[in-house]
Write a protein that binds this ligand. Structure first.
Ligand SMILES: *[C@@H]1O[C@H](CO)[C@@H](O)[C@H](O)[C@H]1NC(C)=O
Length: 508
């Protein structure tokens, strides 16, 4: 019998022994147990006639044997219990089974109780395990959230630095050299480009940051001048790049305030694409509007609106469903087709609206995708298609380019890369990019209400430079910025809102 059951035996014996002879237990000096039987004397106060002694001894023996029987029975029950306990505590170790628990109702009760206890433990363990796994899931999604926020913080911090150094730099060498004697921009008749700035007052000015106020205000006034007043048209200028022959082509100098045309009704429209086809083909027109809500994992619907009015009222003419879902919002509509990136791939798909079929699809060699080289706001904006006066472009990055923006001009019929250019601006450091007259422009921030177009790369000359053309994110989350060369407008999708900006170009 193990140490576990010894005290039990003793206490049971004590209970049994509450008859006339009494059993007492005590520890002696060595710490050993000693048991003492006390037998009441038949006659008070006297000891002990021999006959009486014999009677007492027989009585004692009888009691003793009763105790022994009882003890033996208890031993059996206890050993059974011990087995049960061992089995429950130590798993199915012994392999012994209890052959007839019916013989020992107490043991059976105990067994049932222990079984129930065991079941309860197991069910508690089950629910603890479930709670633990819930906690693990919770933890991992919190870690993801933390990671996302950390990245965003880093991007914000990265973006703040260039803005700080940019302003003094542009102040050193700004406009005067271009603009000729005595500041044409300060004369009357010049309308300010933006009523946001036009309201004036210190509060308005402070939005630009104290350091940049003078320059930004001056620049706004200057760029508000129609290009033709500052620079004579010189399309035939000898030695000038060939694209100057494109009607109205030049350098982007001013972007107006956004006009809002429509707000998406639900979360699917937090990000999106909306645009007109700058070179539309029958049966569509230059007024036809195309719209894609780009929140979600299975983006396949393209809404066609006959004109702006229908978009504003929310009456699409038709809804197309492209065969494979598209990635984020890099899509463009050009010459009656939708060009988009297939989800989780570097495959560019050309989908023809008239026949409602995929005309062609092709991998964009080396292009990073699905979050590898997204714009600063994320959203798998790795591969961004663009259209300008010169045709179809794609803005992306590769491992070879180490995350810097690569520009490729695409053949719209074959999707072959016609030519590529390496820039030195990191794709993840800018909020968006678009092409105008063969020049790439990048937007510094997707969230700042008053950010800038901060960089230009001219594919004709390979010259890149820092610029600072004010740009407004009216709703604080610009997910799409695309140029329409026919309307000379920038289309944007800013936090559920479909917006458009007027732009002005001058020559390089
Ligand atoms: C761009 O850079 C990559 C990597 O350095 C190089 O392999 C490629 O030839 C470059 N492309 C052009 C057009 O300069």
């Amino acid at each position: 019998m193990g140490p576990l059951t010894l005290p039990l035996v003793i206490s049971l014996i004590c209970c049994v022994a509450q008859g006339s002879p009494q059993l007492r237990r005590a520890n002696d000096r060595l710490g050993q147990c000693t048991y003492t039987f006390t037998v009441p004397s038949p006659r008070e106060g006297t000891c002990t006639e021999p006959g009486e002694a014999m009677t007492a001894i027989r009585e004692l023996q009888r009691d003793n044997s009763a105790v022994k029987q009882e003890t033996d029975a208890l031993k059996v029950r206890l050993s059974l219990l011990e087995k049960v306990v061992n089995k429950l505590l130590g798993g199915e170790a012994t392999g012994q089974s209890i052959s007839s628990p019916q013989a020992f109702p107490d043991a059976q009760v105990e067994l049932e109780r222990l079984k129930m206890e065991k079941d309860e433990w197991e069910s508690q363990r089950g629910s603890l395990e479930m709670a633990y796994s819930d906690l693990l899931k919770e933890k991992s999604s919190l870690m993801e959230e933390k990671q996302r926020l950390t990245e965003r913080l880093e991007r914000v911090q990265q973006k703040q630095c260039p803005q700080v150094v940019e302003t003094p730099r542009s102040r050193d060498q700004p406009i005067p050299s271009r603009q000729g004697p005595s500041g044409a921009g300060s004369h009357g008749g010049v309308s300010r480009p933006s009523s946001g700035q036009g309201k004036g007052g210190p509060a308005e000015l402070s939005r630009w940051g104290a350091d940049g106020v003078g320059y930004q205000e001056l620049k706004s006034e200057l760029t508000a001048l129609p290009a033709s007043k500052m620079f004579p048209e010189s399309q035939s200028a000898s030695g000038g790049p060939q694209y100057m022959g494109k009607p109205g082509c030049g350098e982007l100098t001013w972007v107006g305030e956004p006009t809002t045309y429509r707000k998406a009704d639900n979360i699917a429209g937090k990000y999106g694409v909306w645009m007109k086809d700058p070179e539309s083909v029958s049966p569509f027109s230059l007024d036809t509007i195309w719209r894609i809500n780009t929140v979600g994992a299975d983006i396949r619907q393209v809404f066609e609106y006959e004109k702006l009015d229908q978009l504003e009222k929310g009456y699409p003419n038709k809804v197309y469903v492209v065969p494979r879902s598209m990635e984020s919002n890099g899509a463009v509509v050009y010459r009656g087709s939708l060009y988009y990136v297939r989800r989780k791939s570097r495959i560019i798909v050309k989908y023809d609206f008239k026949t409602e079929t995929v005309a062609i699809q092709k991998e964009l060699p080396e292009a990073g995708f699905h979050g590898k080289y997204a714009y600063s706001w994320g959203g798998y904006t790795d591969i961004d298609l663009a259209v300008d006066e010169l045709g179809l472009w794609v803005i992306y990055s590769t491992d070879n380019a180490k995350g810097s923006i690569v520009i490729s001009q695409l053949d719209p019929a074959t999707l072959e890369v016609k030519q590529s250019w390496n820039t030195t601006i990191r794709k993840q450091s800018v909020a968006n990019a678009f092409m105008v007259c063969g020049t790439l422009y990048t937007v510094a921030s997707y969230s700042s209400p008053t950010t800038t177009i901060n960089y230009a790369f001219d594919t004709h000359t390979g010259v890149q430079k820092q610029i600072s053309v004010p740009f407004q994110n009216l709703y604080g989350y610009a997910s799409m910025v695309d140029y329409n060369p026919t309307e000379k407008k920038i289309y944007g999708w800013d936090n559920y809102n479909m917006v458009a900006y007027d732009v002005r170009l001058s020559k390089m």
